[in-house]
Design a binder for this molecule. Structure first.
Ligand code: AP5
Length: 223
């Protein structure tokens, strides 16, 4: 299916750390005009620029915990208030707690409500392996994997020649914490969105290409 066939959508990507949300979002954004609003990327940018928010968020992120709701909600509300948010967008990594989901519901209102919530389902043992192998390009942000999607030259991005880095929170202790936090605080959102009738489950324990096909199919249909 061609990506240009999609109508306007306002989608949330839900799933555990390493489920492939960022990989799928980048592929979608690469093929049409869609805003990719990734709270993880936004926070990492704040940390990199040493802003006040970045300084507050860093220790939570490095240890695998969630950044406090009030900081995240304000950051996302501000992003959704910008004029370009009237096009299709993907919220990747937000909401992650019930208070965040409630804040999003009230920020969007009924008229501008979510069209789809895509849940990328992957067994936890696969998540650990994916996170252990993930490498991110420090220049263009491309996502690679030492095991499943290696670059031609070790440590160098195939797309732009940039240097690959491992995220601080992909180290084993932080990964364990992130998976615990996901189960306790984010999984309850599945019921929240199932009740709203917008949840679509995607079996994401398959090749990225197959997952992408299913994603396009889901976005082309009303939830
Ligand atoms: P964030 O950056 O959002 O991290 P995450 O949700 O933990 O998700 P990841 O980026 O780890 O995984 P992903 O699903 O995008 O997987 P990817 O595509 O990279 O958040 C980081 C931190 O910021 C949080 O811990 C928290 O502290 C803070 N934060 C962010 N949002 C917050 C919020 N709303 N509230 C509070 N705090 C917040 O893929 C992973 C690897 O798998 C890659 O190497 C990839 O190549 C590989 N892969 C992908 N798809 C496949 C496939 N189909 N088969 C095999 N390998 C695959």
């Amino acid at each position: 299916m061609s990506v240009t066939a999609l109508g306007r959508f306002r989608a949330v990507f839900l799933g555990a750390p390493g489920a492939g949300k960022g990989t799928q979002a980048k592929q979608l954004v690469g093929s049409q005009s869609v805003l990719h609003i990734s709270t993880g990327d936004m926070l990492r940018e704040h940390v990199g620029q040493d802003t006040e928010l970045g300084r507050k968020a860093k220790s939570y992120m490095d240890s695998g915990q969630l950044v406090p709701d009030d900081l995240i909600i304000a950051m996302v509300q501000d992003r959704l208030d910008r004029p370009d948010a009237d096009q299709s967008w993907i919220l990747d990594g937000f909401p992650r707690t019930v208070p965040q989901a409630m804040a999003l519901d009230s920020c969007l209102g009924e008229e501008r409500g979510l069209s789809h919530v895509l849940y990328f389902r992957v067994p936890s043992e696969k998540l650990v392996e994916r996170l252990a192998g993930r490498q991110t390009c420090s220049s263009c942000g491309a996502i690679w994997n030492r095991f499943s999607k290696p670059t031609q030259q070790e440590g160098v991005c195939d797309l732009c020649g940039g240097t690959l880095t491992q995220r601080e929170d992909d180290k084993p202790e932080a990964v364990t914490k992130r998976l615990e936090v996901y189960t306790a605080q984010t999984e309850p959102l599945l019921a929240h969105y199932r009740d709203q009738g917008v949840l679509v489950e995607i079996d994401a324990d398959r090749s990225s290409e197959l997952v992408f096909e299913e994603l396009l199919n889901a976005l082309s249909q009303d939830a």
